[in-house]
Design a protein around this ligand. Sequence first.
Ligand SMILES: CC(C)(COP(=O)(O)OP(=O)(O)OC[C@H]1O[C@@H](n2cnc3c(N)ncnc32)[C@H](O)[C@@H]1OP(=O)(O)O)[C@@H](O)C(=O)NCCC(=O)NCCS
Length: 247
Amino acid sequence: MLAARLNTFDSGKVAARVGSLILENDDGLGDAALLELIDAAVADELDFVWIQTYAKLQTNLLEYRGMLVEMEGDREKALAQARLASLRYDVRALKSDSDWHQLARLLPFAAPTRFSTDPHISVASAREHKMSLMKSHVENRNGTVALAYSPSEPARPVAFHCASLDEGAVQLYEIAVDPEFRRGFVALNLIRHSLEFFASRFPEIRRVATRIYSDNETSIRFFQYLGLSATGRHLHYYHCWPRKESR
Ligand SMILES: CC(C)(COP(=O)(O)OP(=O)(O)OC[C@H]1O[C@@H](n2cnc3c(N)ncnc32)[C@H](O)[C@@H]1OP(=O)(O)O)[C@@H](O)C(=O)NCCC(=O)NCCS
């Protein structure tokens, strides 16, 4: 029988108890097996379960969230690319609570996530979750979060970026630019800041990686510009809400 294991990376803001299941291959997972999984998850008092698979599941029991592309590249090459752009923006690592409040105002510009597109989860809750996750990247994964400020209005933050270390790579976890300032190299200035941060502290970490929904073509181009390419592991993402079924 399939078993979801308790997964705690989801920070408890969207749900306290999260189950996850990674299917290594698509061996004909049917609705009967999925129903058993959901029943077991409900009995285990999980709030929801997410599933990664390599092939699309034929079921209405779970909600499809899109295909994630895993991208990877060389950190030095990415840094060299980022340095090609002139430094136009004041980029500063977040330190105080007021910095985090400034970042919160930029969250509407972030890419949609499985939570922000889930009708069961409020916008406020999805954003609170994202903030909490970024704080945990800083606290637990040697992460850094930075803001970029407008050159003409120095008090106005126009973009943010979060990166951390995981699985022997610098993970470019999140980057978002106010639409008014896009295509002006803000993102490159931010990436440069974080890659320099990691290059100086963890010179032995040579890889840079990210995960991105396949329909986010703009950012796939952006990461390609940095020299990242798809590693070929295209995962589908599924998400269900067992408690809803049990009501
Ligand atoms: C992806 C994003 C962060 C890029 O920010 P940006 O500041 O506009 O990017 P830059 O100006 O630094 O672009 C650097 C290079 O990336 C590529 N690129 C960026 N945006 C692009 C676009 N819309 N179309 C094609 N290529 C693009 C280009 O090669 C560009 O260099 P060029 O302008 O000389 O051609 C921004 O579009 C954004 O905030 N998107 C929404 C949030 C998101 O999807 N984040 C990524 C997932 S976490």
